[in-house]
Design a protein around this ligand. Structure first.
Ligand SMILES: [Zn+2]
Length: 400
């Protein structure tokens, strides 16, 4: 064996440092390994061991194998960190927490269903303001939040899909970089067509990757769109945190409207529906209606006052309808794209202010003057429109 490694040095120029190397036996008793290690001058090791942070030789089907990933999650989501973040920060945290370690694991091993479930429920809990041990109300189905913005989600992306995409990438790499050393090894073991017909000649991790790839095909992802799939996958990978206050505010409004359009905001009526013990469902502001979405956003005189200022400002009579129907209304108007955007922005900002006004009124009896509210709506909608890449919500407006 030393001779073989000596030849390897001669051919490649890579010298093996025996003191830093270990010998591991497969199907050989440990005594024999110890004897050989002594002979060669290296260490004797057992399976499983870690290489570049990844366990080698363990079974990815066991939950205990995923312990390092769980620990990483727990470290990020425990204590004050997650709780203190604004909604934008929480979203970024949820998307990025896996970091390189998770991506390493997920690009090599298929996550068992129970692991997916545990990790997703953790992310979901943090998203709704809870933590490892504190569970808060979950207002919208987690799968809806995971879905892409095109179909009305928040584009968080599921870990399951991320896992499949990363595993699928091996096929893509195998076909595109057939000459690379790793691909040659796989081709030698599993046959010349193994990247095309996705086959494995033996059990082992490649077999698991093949199984995951086949599953991707039955789910409907075809080779032609692999590139596109990979692109969308890149979108799921960690991004840098941005600390701008405005950005947080905008994503907070985004998140709020996303919930509003799905009737997932904590009005008294909705809280009651979720089984929360509350003293009254009446509107605390006017005392003449009930605290539900329809009343707050259409009828309550306290929150709907700015209408008298907004309508003349935009030269339109914004109809007295539920938020969702309001969004459909302007589609029938003859407007340029820009005008449409501005109008949309104004409506969103208005709703945000209604909700703020309601909470201020409920919790500390504070009432903002119509003038102040109107000024704030104007400046925020300007901010929104002048930063078009922030207006991410507009894509998912249909409320699907
Ligand atoms: Zn009211």
């Amino acid at each position: 064996m030393s001779n073989a490694l000596g030849f390897f040095y001669g051919v490649s120029g890579h010298k093996i440092n025996f003191q830093k190397s270990s010998i591991i036996g497969v199907g050989v008793c440990q005594e024999e390994i110890g004897r050989l290690a002594y002979f060669i001058g290296c260490k004797a090791q057992n399976l499983p061991f870690k290489y570049l942070g990844i366990p080698i030789g363990g079974s990815a089907k066991r939950v205990s194998f995923w312990e390092p990933v769980f620990n990483k999650f727990k470290k990020h989501f425990s204590g004050w960190k997650a709780i203190l973040f604004s909604i934008g920060g929480t979203l970024t945290l949820i998307k990025s927490v896996l970091g390189s370690l998770g991506n390493y694991f997920l690009s090599i091993y298929r996550m068992p269903k129970s692991v997916v479930k545990t990790l997703e429920s953790l992310r979901c809990s943090v998203f709704w303001g809870g933590s490892l041990n504190i569970r808060k109300i979950h207002w919208i189905n987690w799968n809806t939040a995971l879905a892409s913005k095109k179909v009305g989600g928040l584009g968080i992306g599921s870990l399951n899909v991320l896992n499949f995409s990363l595993l699928y990438k091996w096929r893509w790499r195998g076909i595109n970089y057939r000459d690379s050393l790793w691909a040659q090894v796989i081709l030698d073991i599993h046959g010349k067509e193994c990247f095309y017909n996705m086959s494995a000649k033996s059990n082992g991790n490649w077999n698991n990757i093949v199984a995951a790839n086949k599953h991707v095909h039955t789910m409907g992802i075809r080779s032609g769109s692999v590139q596109e799939q990979l692109h969308s996958m890149v979108g799921l990978l960690p991004r840098d945190l941005d600390n701008s206050d405005d950005r947080w505010r905008i994503s907070m409004i985004n998140h709020f409207v996303w919930r509003l359009l799905r009737n997932g905001i904590p009005t008294n009526v909705n809280l009651f529906g979720k089984g929360v013990d509350i003293s009254t469902v009446r509107c605390n502001l006017c005392d003449s209606g009930i605290d539900d979405t329809s009343h707050l956003f259409r009828h309550c005189p306290f929150t709907c006052d700015p209408r008298s200022k907004i309508n003349p400002w935009v030269h339109h009579n914004i109809p007295d309808e539920d938020p969702k129907d309001k969004l459909n209304w302007y589609k029938g108007l003859h407007l340029t794209n820009f005008q449409r955007q501005v109008l949309e922005a104004i409506m969103l900002m208005w709703w945000w202010h209604i909700w703020k006004e309601r909470n201020n009124g409920f919790h500390n009896g504070h009432h903002t003057s119509v003038d102040d509210t109107f000024t704030s709506i104007v400046s925020l909608s300007f901010l929104w429109v002048s930063n078009r890449d922030w207006s991410i919500l507009l894509i998912g407006m249909n409320g699907k």
